[in-house]
Design a protein around this ligand. Structure first.
Ligand code: NAD
Length: 263
């Protein structure tokens, strides 16, 4: 089996919905025990059910990645569930404060986005990494965005954090490659999750009548493959990167964006 994760344990931040849930589902399907963390216990039952179907163990931990005490206790709880954490997926992410659309740049949007997308990611990584270094085994996958490579004016604060995720990925990969730690990033294109839907709804509330980001036509215009990605697509790539089949890949940012951006 390609991308076999049998017996491995993966922790997925912000895994209660959207891409994170897609990643959890795919990894469980390939045999990994999953630790899903999120702000609250949304979809705890869904996670338990998907693990049961896959025949793996699951654990759900409430953990806000911006709260260092919660991160410390959450990761401690994770190690109570499993003696080892083989895979860390830093997926939790936001674009501005709730309700923001990027049309106005406010300090609170820059700060909030940085706090979750970069500082939060760093905090979780620093709690898990020492354990991986001790075992000389680990796969870290950071969720960036195609926005990092095709930044638009209105998404500047979001794009900046997602480029920082790429830089952090490369720095870790270079630093810890000799310890058998693979660190890669995934840059998804447009995915019709809650994250994206809320953004479109907020744009409409602001009176943006041109926003028609859900139409097939708008997707075809930006993506040669003419379709949106799904959480499953991202889950498949994350699962591959977490597996031994990808053991010689590190420091890379791989786009899964229907060909939207080609670099
Ligand atoms: N949807 C897209 O089009 C798209 C495209 C590229 C990249 N991304 C990235 O993919 C990741 C997941 O996005 P999604 O579309 O599934 O979004 P989503 O809003 O559906 O899910 C994000 C999850 O992260 C959680 N979260 C937010 N802040 C958190 C915090 N402080 N601590 C812990 N959990 C927190 C949320 O509760 C939610 O469950 C994000 O990093 C996002 O930037 C999304």
């Amino acid at each position: 089996m390609i991308a076999d994760l049998t017996g491995k344990t993966a922790i997925i931040t912000g895994g209660g919905q959207g891409l994170g849930l897609g990643i959890s589902t795919k990894m469980a399907g390939q045999g990994a025990n999953i630790i899903v963390t999120d702000l609250d216990d949304r979809n705890k039952q869904v996670v338990n059910d998907l693990a049961k179907t896959a025949g793996v163990r699951a654990c759900y931990i409430e953990m806000n990645v911006t709260d260092i005490e919660q991160v410390k206790s959450g990761i401690k709880e994770a190690f109570g569930f499993s003696e080892t954490i083989d895979i860390l997926v830093n997926n939790a992410g936001v674009s501005g404060t709730p309700g923001s659309t990027g049309t106005r740049w406010r300090d609170e949007d820059w700060e909030f986005t940085w706090k979750v997308n970069v500082k939060g990611l760093q905090s979780v990584t620093e709690q898990v990494l020492p354990h991986m270094l001790e075992r000389e085994y680990g796969k870290i996958i950071n969720i960036s965005s195609v926005a990092a490579r095709a930044a638009k004016y209105i998404t500047a604060y979001y794009a900046t954090t997602k480029m920082a995720v790429i830089a952090y990925t490369q720095a870790l990969a270079r630093e810890f490659g000799s310890k058998n730690i693979n660190v890669n990033a995934i840059a998804p294109g447009r995915i019709l999750t809650q994250f994206h839907k809320e953004w479109v709804e907020n744009r409409k509330k602001e009176g943006d009548t041109t926003t028609n980001l859900f139409s097939e036509e708008s997707l075809k215009q930006v993506m040669p493959l003419g379709r949106a990605q799904t959480p499953d697509d991202i889950g498949a790539l994350a699962t591959f990167l977490a597996s031994e089949d990808a053991k010689n890949i590190t420091g890379q940012t791989i786009q899964c964006d229907g060909g939207q951006v080609m670099v």
